[in-house]
Write a protein that binds this ligand. Sequence first.
Ligand code: SF4
Length: 91
Amino acid sequence: MKLLTVEELEIAIIKHTSRRKIFEEDGLTEDEAFDLADVLFERDKEGMDNRKLCYECKNHNRLLKNCKVKNPFFLPLILQRCPQFELKGKK
Ligand code: SF4
C-alpha cells in the first residue's frame, strides 16, 4: 500500500471534495457521493488502475444524464474501460 505525502493527500482531499459536490449536484445522496469519491481516491492512490468513470469523459452529458456517443454501456457510476472514453479537458 502506497503512503501519500502530505502534498498528495491535500490534493486528494481537494479532488474528493470537488467530486462529491459534482455527484451530489447530479442527484446522488451524500453517502453515495462520498462512496463514489472514495472509489476514485482508491483508484488514483496506487496509480495502477486505468479504469474511468463516465463523469471523467467528455462524452458524458451531465445535463441529459446520457452518453453523447450513445454508447450502450453507459454506466456512469461504475469504473470501466470504455473504448470511446475521451478525457474531459483534453483537446
Ligand atoms: S463514451 Fe464511454 S466513458 Fe464516455 S460517457 Fe459514453 S459510456 Fe461513458
